[in-house]
Design a protein around this ligand. Structure first.
Ligand code: ZN
Length: 126
């Protein structure tokens, strides 16, 4: 299998509902996100999927979150904006934005870093 990943960063505020501790209060993170696609075959010029396309879709999603208070945005008015739920959000929204992946290719996972040393990954159950 071939695997390709794109990464980007954004800065947003959030507050974890129901959490006892500092993260219950409004605070911000410089988030990093990475999404990976895998597939068995390359196209005629040797690409699995164009990085430019992946980055374009990722930038669109980031555009909704960057410099915003995530708790005020759907679906995070109801869904707690944890790193885990943000990872699933990126997975789902990338899935929605990448309709024409080549045969056999799929998004394997999305990873969100809240800090350099803390990350959460979402991948669908097999
Ligand atoms: Zn936080």
């Amino acid at each position: 299998m071939f695997h390709v990943s794109v990464e980007d960063t954004f800065s947003s505020g959030h507050a974890l509902r129901g959490y006892r501790g500092k993260c219950e209060n409004v605070h911000g993170h410089n988030y990093r996100v990475r999404v990976t696609v895998e597939g068995p075959q390359l196209d005629s010029i040797g690409l699995l999927v164009d990085f430019t396309l992946l980055k374009q879709v990722m930038r669109e999603i980031i555009g909704r979150l960057d410099h915003q208070f995530i708790n005020d945005l759907e679906p995070f008015r109801a869904v707690n904006p944890s790193a885990e739920n943000l990872a699933k959000y990126f997975y789902d929204e990338m899935q929605r934005g990448l309709k024409d992946l080549p045969p056999g290719a799929r998004i394997t996972d999305a990873i969100i870093w809240e800090t350099d040393t803390s990350q959460a990954k979402y991948s669908p159950a097999k």
